[in-house]
Design a protein around this ligand. Structure first.
Ligand code: NAD
Ligand code: DAO
Ligand code: ZN
Ligand code: ZN
Length: 368
């Protein structure tokens, strides 16, 4: 079939909207008609050329929602008409990782996904017979896409596509980091470095689990209003204090129980660790630092009971947990609408990247 897509031909160049060929789903795969997709910083990171795994030409996008319109041979977990969210972290429920209680990083299709192809080693997308690569196993910047059935979460049919697409990455990453990975206890003091599309979701996750103080740190004062609406109790602009770590230790009577780095900056990662409470404070890295960058601290920080951890896709096991997060949204336990600051048709998707680079959006959503 033919479908409309935004194609990334080269790093650093705007996406080009065009018709592409899409081959039918093979065994174990499903064809999805996308209804909406968010545009995330990771798409921009790959498009910039800084992503060591980034390959072109490709159809980017990994934060979508849509409807299954065809299934390949042997598909049993979803059917035509089901509403789904594509998963860049699949859940096969069989591999060593899926069977381990401590990780969500299913590895069953990791290698081919990283190469931009389907599990059989080929791409379903092409233009004039030349293959176009998939991206993060999702390629949601196309009106239709093909995914393995282990990489789609079936969701309730009354959930609005234009909102729950954000659960495909940002919401789950932030809320899940608090609820699934860190398992923050009620009454904890939490610090969030970076109040963007991820950090705001960490804040609402912390509020959801009943945290005590929720301290936000951001260089941009304009983030304060929305962060407060989402549950932030205290705000620190590093420009206004001599020492961010000392200020947090003062506000929390000794340090944070949990901190989350949602920037991707190795200097704030160090601050996030060192503002944690001696004896038990945990710092969770969510931000993705540039290729080749390294973190450092004095090892005595760890000897004295702080721990440094990382989280991907909020520790969520996609097929199991994503439908639960959709329920949380539908039940009013978490907010999404306020974070979607811009919507546009696929033809204008490059504007979403401009808004992001100018710091003017939290999330832009493309409506098909
Ligand atoms: P964003 O740009 O929307 O937010 C970043 C925020 O950090 C902004 O508000 C900015 O003002 C602030 N900031 C920048 N430098 C700062 C500094 N030195 N001190 C204090 N504040 C500073 O980005 P986002 O979409 O929220 O993504 C955050 C990070 O999370 C990115 O690195 C992204 O790649 C990563 N991410 C990780 C996962 C995962 O699974 N681990 C998933 C999605 C995104
Ligand atoms: O299993 O090795 C692996 C890869 C897991 C990918 C997790 C990606 C998390 C961070 C990237 C930002 C997502 C938008
Ligand atoms: Zn698995
Ligand atoms: Zn993302």
């Amino acid at each position: 079939m033919k479908t409309k897509a935004a194609v990334a031909f080269k790093a650093g160049e705007p996406l080009r909207i065009m018709e592409v060929e899409l081959a039918p789903p093979q065994a174990g795969e499903v064809l999805i008609e996308l209804k909406a997709t968010g545009v995330c910083h990771t798409d921009a990171f790959t498009l910039s050329g800084d992503d060591p795994e980034g390959a072109f030409p490709a159809i980017l996008g990994h934060e979508g929602a849509g409807v299954v319109i065809e299934v390949g041979e042997g598909v049993s977990s979803v059917a035509v008409g089901d509403h789904v969210i594509p998963l860049y972290t699949p859940e096969c429920r069989e591999c060593k990782f899926c069977l381990h209680p401590k990780t969500n990083l299913c590895q069953s299709i990791r290698e081919t996904q990283g190469q931009g192809v389907m599990p059989d080693g080929t791409s379903r997308f092409s233009i004039d017979g030349e293959p176009i690569l998939h991206y993060m196993g999702c390629s949601t910047f196309a009106n239709h896409t093909v995914l393995p059935e282990i990489a789609v979460a079936k969701i309730r049919k009354d959930a609005p596509f234009d909102k729950v697409c954000y659960i495909g990455c940002g919401v789950t990453t932030g809320v899940g980091a608090v609820a699934f990975d860190a398992k923050v206890e009620p009454g904890s003091n939490v610090v969030v470095f970076g109040l963007g599309g991820i950090g705001l979701n960490v804040i609402q996750g912390a509020k959801l689990v009943g945290a005590n103080k929720i301290i936000g740190v951001d260089l941009n004062d304009s983030k304060k209003t929305l962060a407060t609406e989402f549950g932030m109790t205290d705000f620190i602009n590093p420009k206004d204090v001599d020492d961010v770590v000392a200020k947090i230790i003062e506000l929390t009577d000794g340090g944070a129980d949990y901190s989350f780095e949602c920037i991707g900056n190795v200097n704030t990662m160090r601050q996030a660790l060192e503002c944690c409470h001696k004896g038990w404070g945990e710092s969770w890295i969510i931000g993705v630092a540039g290729a080749g960058q390294e973190i450092s601290t004095r090892p005595f920080q760890l000897v004295t009971g702080r721990s440094w951890k990382g989280t991907a896709f909020g520790g969520a096991r996609g097929r199991t947990d994503v439908p639960k997060i959709v329920d949380w949204y539908m039940e009013g336990k978490i907010k999404i609408d306020e974070l979607i600051t811009h919507t546009m048709p696929l033809e204008n998707i490059n504007e979403a990247f401009d808004l992001m680079h100018e710091g003017k959006s939290i999330r832009s959503v493309v409506l098909y």
